[in-house]
Ligand binder design. Structure first.
Ligand SMILES: Cc1ncc(COP(=O)(O)O)c(C=O)c1O
Length: 388
């Protein structure tokens, strides 16, 4: 390593540690589920985005085992060479149908879907307005697009509308998450959509945490009128509620076709392994057969919030499975998460730069498979850890 690089790395690491911002990798040695083994210890997991408990569902595992016999593992090339299988095509049709969107295109991750779609669809003469708390993959897509861009205050539809009204760029975009990944709050989607419609802008919706959760699992856009669904671009990851891996962009079929021609992260990237599409197909089948799963999840959230309020634990306004407990100070957030770990609960402290300065928090995620007992035990431990 060169001396300059060695100094940069050493300084970066010591600065992160001194500021209580060093990130730590753990090792999980069993499946992604409520009870996990982390670095050899059994813990109750409150960190997972496997909201519907499908990542290790026996039907999903069996489907993957079965499809492995036909499709093998690796996809072998980019989709445009020979990497796209019948499972990819089937999943695209099923996801479009389930969400009520006209068409769908699979990417090998949600990050690459955002990066590819935003850079391909926007041009340097466009204006992109984006929520201040958007996910890193959206920020990177906006920056890499080379378009003019402005951030608007979190969830502030009035401000976004005023900015849209004042702009006269070739094309205007409004980019937002549906459910925000670190806050759990929900964007005012109908109002943002109306505003885009009135000002000739396109709404780009990242539904990573909304699909499987909102509107009986069909996602944030599914209750918009069909004519509006045709006008918007939405995406989500297969890595959360569908318990697999991969990303999908959903839009009008001409837009999907354009992405096949233009999105660099689609064209120059090895296609998703076919069995990842198979896992998502099986999860989707389970979701279709049991629409009660998202409702059961919502009732876990309600019981978490009710019990937390009884114990005097300060809650955010989120009514989704992402339940942040705001602490503020980085070192304290870390200390509370360590206390929970000592009590057998796996909860991560999220600190800047992932979240804004002074808003360090515990990010608690609830899933379909948490029982009332898990929730009660966590909250009792949390009440103690917060008061120490
Ligand atoms: C809001 C949001 N968008 C995009 C992504 C990226 O998806 P993936 O993990 O499939 O790359 C994530 C997640 O990690 C996310 O939370």
């Amino acid at each position: 390593m060169s001396a300059a690089l060695a100094t940069r790395v050493a300084n970066g690491l010591s600065a992160a540690r001194a500021a209580h911002r060093a990130r730590q990798l753990d090792e999980r040695s069993n499946a992604q589920r409520v009870e996990v083994i982390i670095d050899g210890r059994a813990l109750i997991n409150f960190t997972s985005n496997d909201y519907l408990g499908l990542a290790a569902h026996p039907r999903v595992v069996a489907r993957v085992q079965e499809e492995l016999q036909t499709h093998g593992f690796g996809s072998g090339s980019a989709a445009l060479l020979s990497g796209r299988s019948s499972l990819h095509a089937e999943l695209e049709r099923e996801l479009a149908q389930f969400t009520g969107m006209p068409s769908a295109l699979l990417f090998s991750s949600g990050y690459l879907a955002n990066l590819g779609a935003l850079t391909a669809l926007s041009s340097a003469s466009d204006l992109i307005l984006h929520d201040r708390l958007n996910h890193a993959s959206l920020i990177d897509g906006v920056l890499a697009s080379g378009a003019h861009h402005r951030r608007y205050p979190h969830l502030d539809c009035a401000r976004a509308t005023a900015l849209l009204q004042a702009a006269n760029h070739e094309h205007k975009w409004l980019v937002t998450e549906s459910v925000f990944s670190m806050d759990g709050d929900v964007a005012p989607i109908s109002s943002l959509d109306e505003s885009c419609s009135s000002h000739g802008a396109t709404l780009y919706l990242d539904d990573a945490h909304g699909f499987g959760v909102l509107n009986d699992g069909r996602g944030a856009a599914s209750d918009l009128p069909p004519s509006r669904r045709d006008a918007l671009v939405t995406m989500f990851t297969l890595g959360k509620s569908l318990g697999s891996v991969g990303g999908v962009v959903l839009a009008n079929s001409a837009v999907c076709e354009y992405l096949v021609q233009r999105a660099r992260t689609y064209i120059y990237d090895t296609a998703l392994p076919p069995v990842c599409a198979a896992a998502a197909l099986e999860s989707l089948a389970i979701l279709r057969e049991s629409p009660t799963r998202p409702r059961a999840l919502a009732s876990r959230v309600a019981s978490f919030r009710h019990r937390a309020a009884v114990l005097g634990i300060p809650l955010s306004s989120s009514t989704t499975p992402i339940q942040p407990i705001f602490i503020g100070d980085d070192a304290r957030a870390l200390a509370v998460s360590h206390r929970l770990l000592a009590d057998g609960f796996y909860v991560r402290a999220i600190r800047p730069p992932t979240v804004p300065e002074g808003t360090a928090r515990l990010r608690i995620t609830l899933t379909h498979d948490h029982s009332d007992a898990h929730i009660e035990q966590l909250l009792t431990a949390l009440a103690g850890a917060l008061h120490k």
